[in-house]
Design a protein. Structure first.
Ligand SMILES: Nc1ncnc2c1ncn2[C@@H]1O[C@H](COP(=O)(O)OP(=O)(O)OP(=O)(O)O)[C@@H](O)[C@H]1O
Ligand SMILES: [Mg+2]
Lengths: 228, 398
């Protein structure tokens, strides 16, 4: 990720789903660029195309057309044709995800959950996992399982897990949807802090109040990003 | 966190379901184990028994040779007799090291509860019996004397020098005989027999000039076929109705008889394995469906198809492997019961017959369990590997 100063560079991204004979234009040509350490909020109503955008920049799905570069790797446009394995590797090395419902493994402790992304490399890093859990304020919850944690604590574990591979990009899809306002603000604060430490954060939400803490606000509606 | 730990924890999530699945595999593997070890034990027992007989060829009267063989091996009432003169024909045949002519009869009392089998022998008999030695006394001191097998002696409380009376209503007139010898335990049917000089038995039981079996020991076992055909020729020349029966053939016949049973049991084992395998497959598949979100999340976090495949496959292998081990354990615990049942079912079972434990059978069972896991795990693992992270994470709350 040395060349190019942006973590995400997307130009004219189009995503069209075909459901039976119907074509759904989820994204109709959006431009997104995100610099390291930038905290951007993707703000829009339900069905606007937020999740679709995150899926594309998160390399979980490929755009129908448009240019996309993530962490210096060409994903779409200019003849780029990454393999599935290449995308897996890219996600593993450069991208962390958090979701509204925390998606932790219920059988594992906080420490173990944080280290799950390392399994595929047959690695463990208990020291780093502990450090990250301390960083998100869970020093006292290391060996707790998800059912012994509050929603806010679970989301903190998910954040620590997303950070274990030292990603350049953190993608958060409605990370506070299942939390009360106080916890929401705490998580938001945490993400904002992380961005100041160098991680680019892209947070998708319909909640206007979250936009206040952002460096950049991208308003999306009907698959198009409105000019500010 | 290791792969195995994750797989184990996944299995442990639904312990009852996992244990039931595992039990299905265990039952099939236990059956397989018993089948293989049964085969071994049976052949071993039979070989030992035929070896104890010390003979290579058995000559019986025409009739069903298997029935005859069973009676020779286990004792019982003889259906047909042959002429003593045939013994001389046998003796004159080339290639024979030793031969002995035997007459048998039994006295059955209490509707079969007390059953004494008498065997009339000559002094060639001990030559064929490597295991013969005396606990007391020795060879017949007189015509009206007897040698007792160890268990008969114990059962009747008789010692050397005592007298026993042979009688059977109007058929056998009361005849006292002196105990001339008691044998040491041989672990063969000899332990349960009362031996009399051949002529004495023929006289007491009114079977003058009759024999039930002639046993032949050869100089060279590889010449069995030649000697057998020479004997058949001699029998035909003398117009005698000998049924010349190499014991190796008897072994083959009895094992062939067993193998038809075995094929049947094997078919059941295969069905059990398939059922066990399908049980594993559905369980793991259910687990994969239940964990769709979790697997999708793993893929989002950078797990490749192969990683997910490996994890689910490992889970399957672990359950069938554990099932296999449990099955072997069950087989070892149930072995005695199986032997008892088989004694009822089969026409002939060797006296010294157990279901044992051999490393080879263990490896076969473990191998089959692992192969079963590989087969059963492939489809669920493939399904898991094909889960789309987008759809998994989108679809419903966990
Ligand atoms: N796999 C798909 N197949 C068909 N249509 C889809 C698919 N995924 C998304 N869409 C459609 O694309 C549009 C954008 O969906 P998307 O999930 O990106 O919205 P969103 O902004 O995340 O909404 P929400 O706030 O409700 O999560 C919607 O109209 C949706 O129905
Ligand atoms: Mg969405």
């Amino acid at each position: 990720m040395n060349d190019g100063e942006y973590v995400i560079q997307a130009r004219d991204l189009v995503k069209t789903y075909t459901v039976g004979k119907r074509r759904v234009e989820a994204l109709r040509g959006i431009d997104v660029s995100l610099a390291p350490g930038e905290f951007a909020v993707l703000l829009g109503p339900s069905g606007a195309g937020k999740t679709t955008t995150l899926n594309l920049v998160g390399c979980l799905d490929l755009p129908t057309s448009g240019d996309l570069t993530v962490a210096g790797h060409p994903i779409s446009g200019n003849g780029a044709r990454p393999t599935e394995a290449a995308l897996d590797l890219l996600r593993r090395q450069h991208i962390g995800f958090i979701f509204a419902d925390f998606n932790l493994l219920l059988t594992l402790t906080a420490m173990e959950n944080v280290q799950v992304p390392l399994i595929w490399r047959d690695a463990t890093a208990p020291g780093r996992a502990r450090q990250l859990l301390e960083r998100v304020g869970l020093a006292h919850r290391l060996t707790h399982r998800p059912d012994e944690l509050s929603g806010g604590e679970m989301q903190r574990v998910a954040v620590a897990r997303a950070l274990i591979n030292q990603p350049d990009l953190l993608l958060a899809d409605e990370p506070t949807a299942n939390l009360d306002t106080r916890t929401r603000d705490e998580i938001l604060e945490l993400l904002a802090e992380l961005s100041t430490e160098g991680v680019a954060v892209l947070l998708a939400t319909h909640d206007h109040e979250l936009a206040d803490r952002a460096d950049t606000v991208l308003r999306i509606e009907d698959g198009v990003i409105a000019d500010d | 966190m290791s792969w195995t730990a994750i797989a184990l924890k996944n299995l442990w999530r639904r312990p009852v379901r996992s244990v039931l699945t595992l039990a299905g595999v265990a039952v099939a593997v236990a059956m397989l184990f018993n089948l293989l070890e049964f085969q071994r034990g049976y052949e071993r027992g039979l070989r030992g028994e035929l070896g104890d007989l010390g003979a290579h060829i058995m000559i019986v009267p025409r009739g069903c040779p298997y029935e005859a063989a069973t009676i020779v091996l286990h004792g019982g009432k003889w259906p047909r007799y042959m002429e003593q003169s045939w013994y001389d024909i046998v003796k004159q045949t080339d290639g024979i090291e030793a031969t002995t002519a035997i007459i048998m009869d039994a006295i059955i009392r209490d509707g079969g509860r007390e059953n004494i089998i008498y065997m009339g022998i000559d002094d060639d008999y001990p030559k064929l019996r490597a295991s013969w030695s005396y606990a007391g006394g020795g060879w017949f001191p007189a015509d009206d004397s007897a040698i007792l097998g160890s268990s008969v002696a114990a059962r009747m409380g008789l010692e050397v020098g005592d007298t026993m009376t042979i009688e059977d209503g109007s058929r056998v007139a009361a005849t006292p005989v002196k105990i001339g010898g008691v044998l040491k335990r041989t672990s063969t049917q000899d332990d349960g027999l009362v031996f009399l000089p051949r002529e004495t038995l023929q006289r007491i039981f009114n079977l003058q000039g009759k024999l039930v079996v002639i046993l032949v020991k050869l100089h060279d076992v590889t010449k069995t076929d030649e000697v057998a055909s020479a004997l058949r020729q001699a029998s035909a020349d003398a117009d005698a109705g000998m049924n010349v029966f190499p014991l190796s053939e008897l072994l083959n016949t009895l094992t062939a008889l067993l193998s038809s049973t075995k094929v049947f049991v094997l078919a059941i084992v295969v069905v059990a394995l398939v059922i066990g395998g399908v049980g594993v497959l559905t369980t793991i598949l259910m687990a994969v469906f239940e964990r769709t979100r979790e697997i999708g999340m793993m893929k989002a976090m950078g797990a490749g198809r192969l990683d997910v495949f490996r994890l689910v496959w490992l889970e399957t292998l672990m359950s069938t492997f554990a099932g296999g081990l449990l099955g072997v354990l069950v087989a070892l615990l149930s072995g005695r019961g199986v032997v008892a049942v088989m004694r009822h079912v089969l026409p002939h079972t060797p006296a010294d017959f157990t279901i044992g434990f051999t490393a080879e059978t263990l490896w076969v069972c473990i191998g089959v369990s692992v192969a079963l896991g590989m087969l059963a795990g492939t489809y669920p693992a493939w399904r898991a590997a094909s889960i789309s992270p987008i759809e998994a994470i989108r679809g419903g709350s966990a």
